[in-house]
Ligand binder design. Structure first.
Ligand code: SAH
Ligand code: SF4
Ligand code: F3S
Length: 467
């Protein structure tokens, strides 16, 4: 077991919160903000903390980017296209600043954490006023101050990210579904992935801090909590404290939350104890996101995933033995360097055998600084696109079959909004994590409603309310 402890700081956050209140009183302080968020749930949740801090600084959200006093980008660099999209929009704000020179532009998130990225922004994008890394969000007040005072060196400085900061204000997007971070960072170093270098080493929060936050959410009327961590199976390893199954148990017993979900669980260390806990804990939803990445052992090895196809199959069997109706979703990468037609067919075979509810599919994107970026055997883009199209088609067929098998079954849906199509209908999410539409009025939004599945559309179920 690793001998490492995570430092936790409440004080640093308190100092910044006091500064936030001081900035509020300044005449030149920005009054409105606009945040564009890219990337995964972690970033979505970070944006909620960013918004929480900005509101404490006295700012209000502005829907229109070009009207905001403070324009922020919470960036992602997991694949080249995510990064290019963000960069294009950041560059465009130069035009906004021609009209409104007093507006401030800040770049946050994973892109900023890349080697030399903050310096490059500082030198090449003169219209950008500050940058701030993922581990330092709590320092936003200080950064805004640096930007207001034109202290450019400090406004782009990079700090350390080994400390974990507690006590940030959070402005949540939904009143009944909430994200809750249980751990930060990742130590896995899959060969293609930038996350360990942009999110730092694994740092787990204290179980009691998590339970306290969850209790607060339940008191506020939250029905479903999504626990976040790049590799929740490692929860607690850095502090020698309770592990993830114990955390799930404590959350159920000590908060009364109705639904718990979590992501992501790495197949290599999905333990029997966790499977048992998912099966036995009434709050944990019957859904697991278990990224397989590939069906080929050769590719899995080159990806440094540290499991084989056989191990993955065995974990799926164990999950389904314990919970026959569990829904499994996955992530798959095609065209990893050296992937032959046979390797790719093994991924197609994995999809055919595993019967995932759905899959997120990606074309390998070489990322600077990762091992895979230097591997020989790059696959051409036309071939990569052909493979991903075949893979998507194969999974679509399976998803359809899964949907068909659910016809006539009864489920519970958390109603979240009026359905886009169909008057008097709502859209919601089943415990298994599938989208579903059913009839109902706005008074049901935020409620868990019993629904009978009657059919399906292209990617959601259709149902009738059993009230
Ligand atoms: N921690 C999670 C994944 C986070 S990234 C896990 O280990 O499962 C989300 C997904 O993006 C990954 O599962 C992978 O499928 C994909 N991904 C990450 N880096 C990529 C790259 N360089 N090229 C293509 N896809 C990538
Ligand atoms: Fe990236 Fe692998 Fe960590 Fe997931 S487990 S964040 S894919 S390094
Ligand atoms: Fe998430 Fe993208 Fe960062 S996927 S962790 S926002 S690189």
């Amino acid at each position: 077991m690793r001998e490492r402890t995570t430092t936790i700081s409440h004080e640093a956050v308190e100092i910044q919160r006091a500064l936030a209140r001081d900035i509020r009183a300044r005449a030149d302080a920005p009054k409105t903000y606009h945040i564009t968020t890219y990337g995964c749930q972690m970033n979505a949740h970070d944006s909620e903390a960013i918004a929480g801090i900005l509101e404490e600084m006295g700012m209000a959200a502005e829907k229109q980017q070009d009207l905001a006093d403070l324009i922020l980008f919470n960036t992602c660099c997991i694949r080249d296209n995510a990064e290019r999209r963000a960069m294009g929009n950041i560059i465009f704000t130069k035009e906004i600043k021609k009209q409104r020179p007093q507006a401030l532009v800040g770049v946050l998130g994973c892109m900023v954490q890349q080697e030399g990225a903050a310096e490059k922004l500082r030198e090449k994008q003169r219209h950008v006023d500050f940058a701030l890394g993922t581990g330092e969000i709590y320092r936003l007040p200080e950064r805004v101050l640096h930007a207001l005072e034109g202290r450019r060196e400090e406004a782009f400085a990079r700090g350390e990210d080994s400390t974990l900061y507690e006590g940030m204000p959070v402005l949540r997007q939904s009143p009944f579904m909430a994200y809750l971070t249980v751990m930060y960072g990742c130590d896995n170093f899959c060969s293609y992935c930038v996350v360990p270098s942009v999110r730092g080493r694994e740092r787990s929060r204290k179980l009691q801090d998590i339970v306290r936050e969850a209790r607060g959410l339940v008191d506020d009327g939250v029905k479903e909590i999504m626990l976040l961590g790049q590799n929740v199976n490692s929860f607690g390893l850095d502090g020698g404290g309770p592990r993830f199954p114990e955390l799930l148990r404590a959350l159920h017993e000590e908060t009364g939350i109705e639904r718990l979900r979590f992501m992501t669980s790495n197949p290599k260390d999905l333990s029997d104890a966790l499977i048992r806990e998912i099966a036995e804990n009434p709050a944990v939803c019957p859904h697991l996101h278990l990224p397989a990445q590939s069906g080929s052992d050769k590719m899995l090895n080159a990806m440094n995933r540290r499991y084989t196809r056989a191990m993955y199959d065995e974990r799926l069997r164990a999950l389904r033995d314990a919970m026959p109706d569990i829904g499994i979703t996955t992530d798959l990468i095609v065209a990893f360097p050296g992937e032959t037609e046979e390797d790719f067919e093994e991924t197609l075979d994995l999809v055919a055998q595993s019967r995932f509810d759905s899959a997120f599919t990606f074309i390998f994107s070489p990322r600077t600084g990762t091992v895979a970026a230097k591997l020989p055997g790059r696959i051409s883009q036309p071939l990569a696109r052909e493979r991903i199209a075949r893979l998507i088609k194969a999974q679509e067929g399976i998803t359809r079959e899964v949907f068909e098998s659910l016809a006539g079954s009864e489920t519970q849906a958390l109603a979240d909004s009026p359905a886009k199509r169909g008057k008097g209908r709502l859209s919601g999410k089943t415990g298994r994590g599938m989208g579903i539409t059913f009839e109902g009025g706005p008074e049901l939004i935020g409620q868990i409603v019993p629904v009978k599945v009657t059919g399906f559309g292209s990617n959601t179920l259709k149902g009738e309310t059993l009230l």
